[in-house]
Design a protein around this ligand. Structure first.
Ligand SMILES: [Zn+2]
Ligand SMILES: [Zn+2]
Length: 483
């Protein structure tokens, strides 16, 4: 497993992810997606949307606003329950999560060794005096306050006046936008149970301890589905969604052995949930949640019906009864997913005595699909042909042109950002004094580093097949060489 530092540095160096406001020293836990990162993340979201919404007959999409009526958060329970216990250091004023404070290294000034300073691993006692941590883990001197509950919602004001009546919250989950639109969607689309409403959007949580790169951030993007079902069929649907979502990640390249399912313990369940299971990924810092799949029962619809005074029900034609559906919620993180696809794609290998770094992204997710490379940048016919070819390919795929290094270096650069195919234009392609043009180009496969030579005219058709995973067939048909 690759270390997170390596991923962070590759992401910065190659334009995937930058620290937010870096020139001002950075903003805690906020990250900006660079030119390649935004392509990757958009591809992840596009694949999710196509598979979850467009290719299903029982799903529709929604894009609700981030700012909502403040009563929404009273009804949902977030105002009262969405809290973490927190303690403060009386000396240095640092703030910690009471339940996580023993996870990290703590500073200790040991009486038994004339007050020498030690860094002791989280949860362990001092080897010299046997003391356990009671003071602030960061300064090692301050007393800590009693735990207090700290609400994780970002508060702001709507309109020109900063008064209590104008308080609004940045949504901590996209789900509530779906619940409050339940009736709008049901009526306008004439839906029959079971059906789902899906949404991709930003959410905000004022986490006390964010971290691990883009894994836990205060501003993040969710890909959520609320799937409404008949009460009584909820457990079966829950299992179906767990299976479905678990199978989604390997479809786009995540190795099966890096995924696992973790059932929530009873005391860990959210206040609305009957059962929740997490799909976990083996991130560099260990197994962590990639997606949660919860059975939220009829809690949310009932709460909103009560607080808004509007019935949120479904009329069942068969039994002629009004029903409050149960809801199954597969809730995935777009940032976490993107990070998992990045980490899982990372390979380091040795080729001809040199290190090769590869991101072996699924072609669907790769930020750049094709790089067009001229073998000689001083040959104007080669350069012209390559530019024209790149312009043609760009109409259909995200393609780039690069002539700023030798061909070997250019291949390595594309490997490192996960470009599945490189197309090289050489002297044979365009011809010279000695030989006529053969109008063929070389396609080089990122993963096998094998090459095939194909007619320029058939290139788009061949590319279509390669993007669909047919390299072995194409290679067998055209034969070949290796880089
Ligand atoms: Zn302190
Ligand atoms: Zn000690």
């Amino acid at each position: 497993m690759v270390e997170m530092d390596k991923i962070v540095s590759l992401c910065k160096r190659r334009g995937f992810i930058f620290q937010s406001s870096e020139i001002y020293g950075g903003t805690g836990s906020c990250w900006d997606y660079g030119p390649l990162g935004v392509e990757l993340k958009n591809n992840v979201k596009r694949a999710w949307w196509r598979d979850s919404v467009q290719s299903r007959a029982d799903m529709v999409g929604l894009d609700s606003s981030i700012l909502m009526h403040p009563r929404v958060w009273k009804a949902s329970g977030h105002l009262d329950h969405f809290t973490d216990p927190m303690v403060d250091c009386r000396a240095c004023k640092k703030r910690f999560r009471a339940d996580k404070i023993d996870d990290d290294i703590w500073i200790h000034f040991c009486e038994a060794t004339k007050g020498n300073k030690f860094n002791i691993p989280g949860g362990e006692a001092c080897k010299h005096c046997g003391a356990k941590r009671t003071l602030c883990p960061v300064c090692g001197k301050g007393d800590l306050t009693e735990p207090r509950q700290f609400n994780l919602m970002f508060k702001t004001f709507m309109g020109p006046v900063e008064e209590d009546a104008a308080v609004a919250y940045l949504r901590p989950e996209t789900a509530q936008g779906i619940f409050v639109n339940f009736d709008n969607v049901l009526q306008s689309m004439r839906l029959k149970l079971p059906f789902g409403i899906a949404q991709i959007g930003k959410s905000f949580r004022n986490e006390i301890t964010p971290g691990n790169f883009t894994f836990r951030t205060r501003e993040f993007e969710q890909m959520e589905i609320e799937f409404f079902v008949m009460p009584g069929t909820d457990e079966e649907w829950h299992q179906r969604w767990l299976d479905e979502r678990f199978a989604w990640y390997p479809k786009y390249g995540i190795r099966r052995e890096n995924l696992r399912l973790r059932e929530h313990e009873k005391d860990e369940l959210a206040h609305y949930a009957k059962r929740t299971a997490d799909i976990e990924y083996l991130f560099p810092m260990g197994w962590s949640e990639l997606e949660g799949v919860a059975n939220r029962t009829d809690f949310d619809l009932k709460q909103h019906a009560e607080f808004s005074g509007k019935a949120l029900e479904y009329f069942d034609e068969e039994t002629k009864q009004k029903i409050v559906p149960y809801v199954i919620e597969p809730s995935a993180g777009a940032d976490r997913g993107t990070l998992a696809f990045l980490v899982d794609a990372h390979r380091e290998e040795e080729v001809k005595g040199e290190k090769r770094v590869v991101l072996n992204f699924h072609p669907e997710l790769a930020p750049i699909k094709i790089a067009v490379l001229p073998l000689l940048k001083k040959n104007s016919r080669i350069v012209e042909t390559a530019h024209k070819l790149c312009a043609d390919l760009r109409k259909r795929w995200h393609a780039v042109y690069d002539d700023t290094a030798s061909i070997g270096r250019l291949y390595r650069r594309q490997d490192e950002v996960g470009t599945p195919f490189c197309v090289t234009v050489d002297v044979q392609t365009v011809g010279d004094d000695k030989a006529a043009a053969d109008d063929k180009v070389t396609i080089r496969d990122r993963d096998s580093m094998q090459q095939v030579r194909v007619d320029l005219t058939s290139l788009p058709r061949v590319m279509e097949r390669l993007m669909a995973g047919e390299w072995p067939q194409v290679h067998a048909e055209h034969g070949v060489t290796r880089e």
